[in-house]
Design a protein around this ligand. Structure first.
Ligand SMILES: O=C(CO)[C@H](O)[C@H](O)COP(=O)(O)O
Length: 261
């Protein structure tokens, strides 16, 4: 493992390293976005280079596309590939049912489309992302820029009608300006504290005009690989509970791991 990583990055790294073991020759893969997913792209590039593994990758953001291309991976668009064997991505929170909050990196729209087009989704996360109930992490909602303040008011009204107690909604900024996603939209972050019924909230939010997609991933993730700073990795499978605990000892020596995202 890269020696100078902080404890959280070590945990993310070992989760990514273990998840890449699930990749088989010839697979079409969704490549997630974020710092954990960036480790996964590097670990994948290492297997491609060292083992001659042949894979096709569909990135979920411009950032991931640039990284994967720079490491020599075969990068395609979803329209070129259409259906995928496996997506590996990070998450901001996961609950005991492996439902997720995603979108901390503002890529939730492409991430949800790609994960839904995949036979299997594996989430890679450090142990701090595990929660008993989703919602401490602000829920990202992607909205079109046109009339975003009206969309925000409609979301607030909807939260009132659902008796949600904490319902602050904020526009995500990038410095002085509203953040613009890869699909040229904005992100509203819903500070809810605790989400009583994530399935219902996900459906209701997507009914509001102006909402493109929300960051609740319900019944999409199959497996979560959880990493810890000491190298311990647990694999939690929705159908089988915790299926394996491993310890990863790994010392990459080359520049694939030089410049983590
Ligand atoms: O959903 C995401 C991007 O939209 C990320 O996967 C999520 O924010 C986790 O990021 P990180 O691995 O950097 O903690």
């Amino acid at each position: 493992m890269p020696a100078d990583l902080n404890p959280i990055d070590k945990a993310k790294f070992v989760a990514a390293k273990r998840a890449v073991d699930f990749v088989q020759d010839g697979m079409k893969l969704g490549l997630g976005t974020g710092s954990t997913a960036a480790w996964m792209v590097r670990c994948l590039a290492e297997r491609v280079r060292d083992e001659g593994l042949r894979v096709t990758g569909v990135p979920t953001s411009r950032r991931t596309a640039e990284l994967a291309t720079s490491l020599g991976l075969d990068v395609r668009t979803l329209d070129e590939v259409r259906w995928l064997d496996l997506t590996i991505d990070g998450a901001d929170e996961f609950d005991p049912n492996l439902n997720l909050i995603k979108g901390g990196g503002a890529a939730l729209l492409q991430e949800k489309i790609v994960a839904t087009a995949s036979d299997q989704m594996i989430v890679i996360a450090d142990a701090a992302k595990e929660v008993s109930r989703l919602g401490a992490f602000p829920l990202p909602v992607e909205v079109i820029p046109f009339g975003w303040q009206t969309t925000k008011a409609l979301i607030e009204e909807t939260l009132v009608s659902m008796d949600v107690l904490n319902r602050e909604v904020s526009l995500r900024m990038n410095g002085e300006r509203p953040l613009v996603t890869d699909e040229a939209n904005h992100i509203l972050d819903l500070h809810l504290g605790r989400i009583g019924n994530p399935r219902q909230l996900a459906l209701v939010l997507n009914q509001i005009p102006g909402v493109v997609e929300n960051g609740l991933f319900i019944d999409i993730c199959d497996i979560v690989v959880i990493g810890e700073p000491d190298g311990k990795v647990s694999v939690r499978d929705i159908n089988a509970g915790t299926v394996q605990d491993d310890q990863i000892h790994f010392a990459p020596t080359d520049n694939i791991f030089a410049d983590p995202d």
